[in-house]
Write a protein that binds this ligand. Structure first.
Ligand code: SER
Length: 314
């Protein structure tokens, strides 16, 4: 019987991941942990605990109580917030992951999955069709912690036989929980602003191009990676992608369905972060080793987002 612990379970990806995993493994077998208290309806569905991942003792107490076989370690500070509070980002992202891996080693947790990101690449990385193996010299604290997490996890896999797996997410767009403090948040904001009938002020250049993915694909990818037979995997850290587009293309895609939608571009410091990341990602390694296939392109995502936000029907 699998027992799964999710950290960051109230976050943008964590909250929807907990629901997806509970659908697959049963509510009682998935424990939600987060630094924040989940809302009342979520508390009723299954087990949950408050958890600060920088506290080794707190993680240990929960692992001893719940005895998980897998951990999805989603708790993290994203790129833009990480530049405001780099010391805290270091502690939560890197020290938090070190704590999780150490306790997994000590208590024999079989698998640890930690998402990585396009931010693990840097200005010297080839920007178009960035390969799975290439230069990784990020210049944000978020990116520095994430590339270190990949290396740390691979070290624990090699030396302590922990089944560590990681996938480098592009910008993730979703409608349930708003992202907080990321560079790719402008893309989410375009949809939320359209739903609120508000003019969107986009904080990057119209031509800023990044890879993106709609949440259902993000959930499928992390669950598929977790389930992939070990013998098929040569790598432990994988690029994953769906589609790439400019900020203007996302805005225009929304406008196609919301004709009176207004937007303007006022680039700030976050545009420089975006400019240091890949514009498109080669995820052929993931497609080959664990059969990764995305389902949503930009238009499919726009329709999905606008339906979820009750802007269009169907
Ligand atoms: N969405 C993240 C960020 O913008 C990238 O992984 O920080």
């Amino acid at each position: 019987m699998e027992k799964i612990l999710v950290t960051g379970g109230c976050g943008q990806i964590g909250s929807e991941l907990v629901s997806a995993l509970r659908g697959k493994f049963g509510n009682e077998n998935v424990i939600l942990t987060d630094i924040n208290v989940p809302n009342y309806e979520v508390q009723e569905i299954g087990p949950w605990e408050i958890l600060d991942v920088t506290s080794y003792e707190s993680i240990k107490a929960i692992i001893k109580k719940f005895e998980p076989t897998r951990i999805f370690h989603m708790a993290a500070i994203l790129s833009a917030t990480g530049e405001k509070i780099p010391q805290t980002a270091f502690k939560i992202n890197l020290l938090g992951t070190f704590n999780v891996l150490e306790i997994a080693r000590e208590f024999g947790v079989r698998q640890v999955i930690v998402p990585s990101t396009i931010a693990a690449f840097g200005p010297e990385t080839p920007k178009i069709n960035t390969p799975n193996e290439t230069v990784m010299r990020p210049n944000t604290m978020y990116g520095i912690t994430k590339v270190s997490i990949e290396l740390l996890g691979e070290y624990y896999a090699k030396n302590y036989k922990i089944d560590f797996r990681s996938l480098r997410y592009p910008g993730i767009i979703s409608s349930d929980v708003k992202p907080g403090g990321g560079t790719t948040d402008y893309a989410n904001a375009l949809y939320f602003d359209a739903a609120a009938k508000k003019k969107s002020i986009v904080f990057v250049n119209p031509q800023t191009t990044l890879p993106f993915m709609f949440m259902p694909d993000a959930l499928d990818s992390i669950i598929q990676l977790s389930e992939a037979p070990q013998e098929n995997l040569v790598h432990r850290s994988f690029n994953v992608a769906a589609f790439s587009c400019t900020a203007l293309e996302i805005a225009e895609s929304v406008k196609k369905y919301v004709p009176n939608f207004q937007f303007d571009f006022v680039p700030d410091h976050r545009d420089k972060i975006a400019a240091s990341w890949p514009q498109s990602i080669d995820d052929s390694v993931a497609r080959k080793e664990w059969n990764w296939r995305h389902k949503y392109d930009l238009d499919g995502m726009t329709r999905g987002m606008l339906k979820n936000l009750n802007v269009i029907s169907g």
